[in-house]
Design a protein around this ligand. Structure first.
Ligand SMILES: [Zn+2]
Ligand SMILES: [Zn+2]
Ligand SMILES: [Zn+2]
Ligand SMILES: [Zn+2]
Ligand SMILES: [Zn+2]
Ligand SMILES: [Zn+2]
Ligand SMILES: [Zn+2]
Ligand SMILES: [Zn+2]
Length: 294
């Protein structure tokens, strides 16, 4: 055995006076990666002279550490912007610094166009949301299941941009959330003027078809079924024979019986003529030899 106490002397016939060992030490250094290159020696080896590099995630910031310390060293902080490409539909992530692990969730406004209305989505980004899925019930009590993390692209919520909507009958205009903005009946009476010109349509607010203008009734409005309710000329006791109608009533054609001036004859005249003061005197003349006419 040589003086190093490790390597045997290879001389066939040794007198015990061996020259110092010249083999390399070869022990694994404390770094765990390299072997000692020194010539065989007593006592501890020199520490490993090699170094390792520890970098931030992006690699822009590095520190040098003694060999073997790489995995025990905290990576250096980095002031560079994180350059991990976005998982959502946004072209860029919001600015944040280089880091390890997941990027923070995207907080940008979605801004996607609703294809049906052309409004943009005002919600916070929802095209790549991490969702924890409840752990499945283990079949055996001693089995352990972990909750799963899933990435989900949620569809845009319904558009709620306020949109002015006029009711079917044009009575009112109110703002509705865009996805509900469809003209409907406000349930007020229609109130278009009927053909009789005296009454209005009392049907609940509806789409009016074939009306000559926005005030007059259309084909699908109510029909007036009232009798004529106009005031009769003073002295007329008769009802208008026509149903509710526009304009003045026609002269009353009811025949009434009168006595002529002389009182000898009975005469039949129309109510209208009788009520006309210009005609009355003449009418009362029976044409006979009425004493009053002489
Ligand atoms: Zn986003
Ligand atoms: Zn990041
Ligand atoms: Zn959206
Ligand atoms: Zn309406
Ligand atoms: Zn209405
Ligand atoms: Zn109507
Ligand atoms: Zn009428
Ligand atoms: Zn009338």
């Amino acid at each position: 055995m040589r003086d190093c106490n490790k390597h045997p002397c290879n001389r066939k016939c040794c007198d015990g006076n061996c020259p110092p060992c010249e083999k390399p030490c070869g022990r694994t250094l404390s770094c765990g990666n390299h072997k000692c290159n020194s010539v065989c020696h007593r006592g501890p080896c020199y520490p490993c002279a090699q170094t390792d590099i520890v970098t931030c995630r992006c690699g822009a910031t590095k520190i040098q550490v003694p060999c073997g310390r790489k995995h025990k060293t905290k990576p250096p902080g980095c002031n560079k912007t994180c350059t991990i490409p976005p998982d959502c539909h946004h072209p860029k992530r919001e600015h944040h610094r280089c880091h390890f692990g997941e990027c923070p969730p995207c907080k940008q406004v979605c801004d996607k166009l609703h294809s049906d209305c052309g409004h943009t989505c005002p919600a916070l980004c929802h095209s790549d949301v991490l969702v924890k899925e409840e752990a499945q019930k283990a079949s055996m009590p001693w089995e352990q299941t972990k909750p799963q993390i899933k990435r989900i692209a949620f569809p845009c919520p319904e558009c709620v941009v306020p949109v002015p909507v006029t009711c079917l009958g044009g009575h009112e205009t109110v703002n509705w959330p865009c996805h509900l903005a469809k003209p409907s009946s406000c349930q007020r009476p229609c109130r278009r003027i009927l053909g009789c010109t005296n009454h209005t349509c009392s049907l609940p607010c509806h789409t009016v078809i074939g009306a000559p203008d926005v005030t007059k009734a259309g084909e699908n409005c109510e029909q007036c079924e009232n009798p004529c309710l106009k005031d009769r000329p003073e002295g007329c006791q008769h009802e208008c024979p026509k149903p509710c109608h526009p304009g003045d009533c026609k002269p009353c054609k009811q025949m009434i019986r009168i006595k002529c001036n002389c009182g000898l004859n009975q005469l039949y005249v129309t109510c209208a003529d009788w009520l006309d003061p210009a005609k009355r005197d003449q009418l009362q003349c029976c044409g006979n030899q009425c004493p009053k006419n002489e």
